[in-house]
Design a protein around this ligand. Structure first.
Ligand code: AHM
Ligand code: MG
Length: 335
């Protein structure tokens, strides 16, 4: 009889973190537990989404406006709370900072044992929620520096190089979690039958060049002329495909595996674009750099940008190194 191999199902997320961190030190156990809680938040959100159309108050708006000035959706609020609950009494993080909260959320009972801060965007691609399309969650892990007694979280106003780890959860046709702790990029797929994220691809390398470009061309006339020239150039080339889903996580997931470039440039009204540095651009830049790609504002590497405030925004050009270089060649052209 054919022997059944058991190996694959046992490389769970927590186990993978332990194997990555090498030694079985207290730190690797903490990071493993931390990633496990992020995975739990992801599973909880995925479960809620899978029945969204059948339940009251899952879809639609809450009627509130968040710190970004955007209308809050029920799912934004729910997912934000899921992350908070996942980390209460975990002893792992003292603070959580999210796109949906004006100030970080402190968990005094975890201090001073938990020395990490989790930064996150609970739902990325909120406009896709009500139409059952792919959305994501983005996360970033930083070591807390100092005691933050003033509660101003000034230590978070440092560059993305301070991240210990980062990643995203993609709620797509299957739920996937992609992460890096600075030792490569690894993808996990949720097996709902056992409720575990199981390793599906290790050490992902983004192709150096790809034929996807991903940008909201509805903003074409709001961009600076060099950005328009770049897109006009792309239109004249053969072989490029436009792919823009409305969720950064989904678009970057495609590019991570198949190559290409995602752009959210500044516009006349919003010179820094839309995406938030700490919760969106920096974590994804960390991940894409780990996979061998690049991320820039057009003038500075994303990971070098120091935010002025927690909710600072930056333009974002991210993806395969050759594609990013081509965009830069247009932006740096003397007119
Ligand atoms: P959100 O976190 O509020 O959903 O905003 C981020 C999203 C990205 O996922 C996506 O790429 C972008 O906003 C879409 O914005 P636009 O509709 O302006 O193209
Ligand atoms: Mg977002």
């Amino acid at each position: 009889a054919q022997e059944i191999t058991l190996g694959r199902d046992f490389m769970t997320l927590s186990q993978h973190v332990l194997s990555q961190c090498g030694t079985f030190s207290p730190e690797s156990y903490d990071l493993s537990a931390l990633m496990g809680r992020i995975g739990l938040a992801g599973k909880t959100i995925a479960r809620h989404l899978s029945r969204a159309g059948l339940m009251e108050n899952v879809l639609g708006f809450t009627g509130e406006v968040n710190v970004q000035g955007e209308a809050v959706k029920n799912m934004d609020r729910y997912a934000n709370r899921v992350f908070l609950r996942a980390f209460e009494q975990s002893g792992l993080v003292c603070r959580l900072a999210s796109e949906e909260m004006e100030k970080p959320y402190y968990i005094p009972e975890n201090c001073p044992i938990g020395r990490y801060t989790l930064l996150y965007d609970p739902i990325d691609g909120s406009s896709n929620i009500d139409v059952n399309l792919a959305i994501g969650s983005i996360f970033s892990i930083r070591q807390q520096e100092g005691n933050d007694e003033s509660g101003e979280a000034l230590d978070l106003l440092q560059s993305g190089r301070k991240q210990i780890g980062a990643g995203y959860i993609l709620y797509g046709t299957s739920t996937m979690l992609v992460y890096s702790l600075g030792i490569g990029v690894h993808a996990f797929t949720l097996d709902p039958s056992i409720g575990e994220f199981i390793l599906s691809q290790e050490n992902i390398h983004i192709p150096a060049q790809g034929c996807t470009y991903s940008v909201n061309e509805g903003n074409f006339w709001q961009w600076e002329p060099p950005m328009r020239e770049y897109v006009k150039y792309i239109h004249r080339q053969e072989g490029y495909s436009a792919r823009y889903s409305g969720a950064l996580v989904a678009d970057i997931h495609r590019i991570l595996f198949q190559g290409g470039v995602f752009l959210y440039p500044g516009t006349v009204g919003h010179p820094d674009g839309k995406l938030r540095l700490l919760y969106e651009s920096a974590p994804l830049a960390f991940l894409v750099e780990q996979a061998g790609g690049r991320a820039t504002t057009g003038t500075q590497e994303i990971l070098d940008v120091i935010p002025k405030k927690l909710h600072s925004r930056t333009p974002l050009i991210i993806g395969s190194s050759e594609n990013v270089k081509l965009v830069e060649s247009f932006l740096h052209q003397k007119t």
